[in-house]
Design a protein around this ligand. Structure first.
Ligand SMILES: *Cc1c(COP(=O)(O)O)cnc(C)c1O
Length: 422
């Protein structure tokens, strides 16, 4: 084998392999769809493409209402408001920052709950201890598309009279006990951001079987307009445009092929990394529908010859842009780091996982031969760990990402307890 790039060899890939490179579907069909929109002159405000996209998503999920939105963050904000949440809402910290921001943006306090280290999802056993008289709801996140323990969360919600929502940004085309994600809780929100399994450039959808919530969300998404001139609610502009929906229809047409490709890549990763000491790939339940959109490795620093950060640096040198995920956890990001500087005390599993996860490239631009090469790079690096570690000491690849938090520290004042939001 050629010399590893970190040890002075050439990079294995001339062009970078990314995590979350957009899946396009059939580009000719996409251009035809966009041409038809331009010719028709109906660009937004619930045109035929959005209506058709909502219909197809609703049908695939088996849910009564689908409201396409401009992105999942605004979708979460609208769902949260339409559900009447206030005060405090319990969320995992191991999620994309938008889950927390969608609450804090409307001055609702996200209260971070730790996760189950096996599922990576909010641990229902830990929820009850952080419920207060101000708690109005919980938001579960189906991380990597693997379902939350929805039954246990629904029991807690029922018992304490809380509203249960789900951030299903990762979980389009996934199921739980044979029922599609998108049908649980009071409402769920999908993301169709460019990096997700299917995309609408930017976009998302609120899905629910609750007529009342759907009605309010539909109004709020369009400034509160009922009809041409009558504003009956406080609203925002959360509309999806026609070209966005055209991309979404293209993705829906291609989804079975995309998922099959992701599944094949996942199996290829398993076959070359399945037996590497200290490294494990998260399993998917093959009886369920999965989108296999995330290939997630956990690196056990006690057993692996190289740490997670060292392996990422080795891969970056080869032009394989593996990523940490949800590191360092929402509670370690602003403004939460300033508002709740001690939140980490209750989040040991979150902090440990954020230090352990490495997400590997997959999707339509990654072939099984590429996966085999990535497997060889990792094997080779671990076999030559001492030499690699020495080379990394003088490499800028390893130190760069860590500077982020200290930069924030310098810019924001220390936490002042008298200004705590409670
Ligand atoms: C992508 C993502 C979001 C935000 O979606 P946008 O459509 O980019 O606003 C929210 N939550 C999670 C878990 C995500 O991965």
């Amino acid at each position: 084998m050629r010399k590893l790039a970190i040890l002075g060899g050439p990079s294995a890939f001339a062009e970078a392999l990314h995590v979350g490179r957009p899946n396009m579907g059939d580009k000719t069909r996409l251009m035809q769809r966009i041409q038809a929109i331009v010719d028709g002159g109906w660009l937004t405000n619930r045109g035929p493409s959005v209506v058709e996209f909502e219909r197809q998503v609703g049908e695939l999920i088996g849910v009564k209402h689908c409201i396409a939105v401009c992105n999942a963050t605004v979708g979460l904000e609208i769902a949260i408001r339409a559900a009447g949440l206030r005060g405090e809402v319990i969320v995992p910290s191991y999620t994309f920052i938008a889950t927390a921001h969608a609450l804090q943006w409307q001055e609702i306090t996200p209260v971070f709950c730790d996760i189950d280290p096996a599922s990576h999802n909010i641990d229902p056993k830990l929820v009850a201890r952080i419920i207060t008289p101000r708690t109005t709801g919980l938001i579960g996140v189906h991380v990597w598309g693997r379902p939350c323990d929805v039954d246990a969360l629904q029991d807690i919600a029922d018992h304490y009279e809380l509203t249960l929502l789900f951030d299903a940004a990762h979980a389009f085309n996934c199921s739980h006990k044979g029922r599609m994600i998108g049908t649980f809780g009071k409402a769920e929100v999908f993301s169709f951001h460019a990096t997700k399994v299917i995309n609408t450039f930017e976009g998302g959808a609120i899905v629910t079987n609750d007529d009342q919530l759907a009605g309010r969300a539909r109004l709020m998404q369009n400034f509160g307009f009922r009809g041409y001139d009558d504003v009956v609610e406080l609203g925002t502009n959360g509309k999806m445009s026609e070209v966005a929906a055209a991309m979404g229809l293209n993705g829906l047409e291609a989804i079975n092929g995309l998922v099959a490709k992701n599944h094949a890549n996942y199996e290829a990763y398993l076959s070359c990394l399945g037996a590497v000491p200290g490294l494990s790939l998260i399993p998917y339940d093959h009886r369920e529908k999965n989108n296999y959109h995330y290939v997630v490795a956990e690196i056990d620093e006690g057993e692996s010859a190289l740490s997670r950060d060292e392996l990422i640096a080795v891969l970056h040198a080869e032009n394989v842009l593996a990523r940490k995920y949800f590191w360092p956890g929402c509670h370690n990001m602003m403004p939460y780091k300033r508002l709740f500087p001690d939140a980490g005390i209750l989040l040991p599993a979150t902090e440990a996982l954020a230090g352990r996860v490495m997400v590997l490239p997959t999707g339509t631009d990654v072939g099984e031969a590429d996966v085999a090469t990535i497997g060889r790079i990792i094997g080779e690096a671990l076999a030559n760990a001492r030499e690699v570690r020495l080379a990394l000491k003088s490499s800028p690849l390893l130190s760069a990402p860590h500077s982020l938090i200290s930069k924030f520290d310098a810019r924001f004042p220390r936490f002042d307890p008298s200004r705590r939001i409670l």
